[in-house]
Design a protein around this ligand. Structure first.
Ligand SMILES: [Zn+2]
Ligand SMILES: [Zn+2]
Length: 238
């Protein structure tokens, strides 16, 4: 006795349901992992943008003679523009103390105020890490070693060639220092110029005059840099 078409359809349907229900835990797990990966990538982009926003604010409006921010932030940034490799003279602890402290304060504050989330913590940690990626961008391949060079070439972190865009001309682009993805977006959109226009019209804030980059002569040297061989910043005399 052959099954009727209805019985066949019911048989296929129950088989399909069994198959889907056996797969669903795996699909749910894959979906959860994908969502976490997506959130982590979003944290990376936000952290990179925050690093750029801070850098832009210091470069644009920081005053070297201001009481606290002058010696802490603006003077080192001006020195970095005139002598890019000078930042390597600072120890890792000196360079990372401020960003790690800022990250720790925000993470603790978010915990104390009851809105802690792992994405906030990860964003803060990555934003602090941008300072280290920036230092690597000013070191030679030999100084960085294979692992860091691989991360730079694989576009996992920002490379010296990408960061060199900030050190060309008037230091008014390429503020983000962590990844290779955020700078092209914000620079193409003209976000920094739009913010400057807005702040000038709202509060009469004007850009601080740029300080020329005395370690790079001519600036256009980076424009012709070999993509396979990131430009090397000259070491200042120590
Ligand atoms: Zn700068
Ligand atoms: Zn730099």
């Amino acid at each position: 006795m052959y099954p009727s078409p209805v019985e066949l359809a019911q048989g296929f349907s129950s088989l399909a349901n069994e198959h889907v229900s056996s797969l669903s835990p795996h699909l749910a797990a894959a979906g959860a992992v994908g969502l976490i990966a997506l959130q982590a990538f979003a944290c990376l982009l936000v952290a990179d943008f925050l690093s750029g926003l801070t850098h832009w604010a210091i470069d644009t409006y920081g005053r070297p003679d201001a009481p606290i921010t002058g010696p802490l932030l603006t003077q080192p940034n001006i020195e970095h523009h005139t002598h890019p490799r000078a930042l390597l003279r600072y120890s890792w602890a000196d360079a990372m103390l401020m960003p790690i402290s800022a990250a720790a304060i925000i993470i603790n504050a978010s915990w104390a105020l009851g809105f802690w989330h792992w994405t906030i913590a990860l964003t803060c940690v990555l934003a602090a890490f941008a300072n280290q990626v920036h230092r690597w961008a000013h070191r030679s391949r030999t100084e960085n070693g294979r692992v860091i060079v691989f991360l730079q070439q694989a576009r996992i972190i920002q490379s010296p060639a990408q960061h060199a865009q900030h050190h060309r001309g008037t230091h008014d682009r390429g503020y983000c220092a962590l990844s290779p993805w955020v700078n092209p977006i914000v620079d193409t959109l003209g976000l920094w110029r739009a913010l400057e226009w807005l702040l000038q019209h709202l509060f009469n804030l004007r850009r601080r005059p740029d300080t020329p980059d005395s370690d790079h002569a001519p600036h256009d040297a980076h424009a012709h840099a070999d993509r396979r061989k990131p430009p090397q910043f000259r070491t200042i005399s120590s």
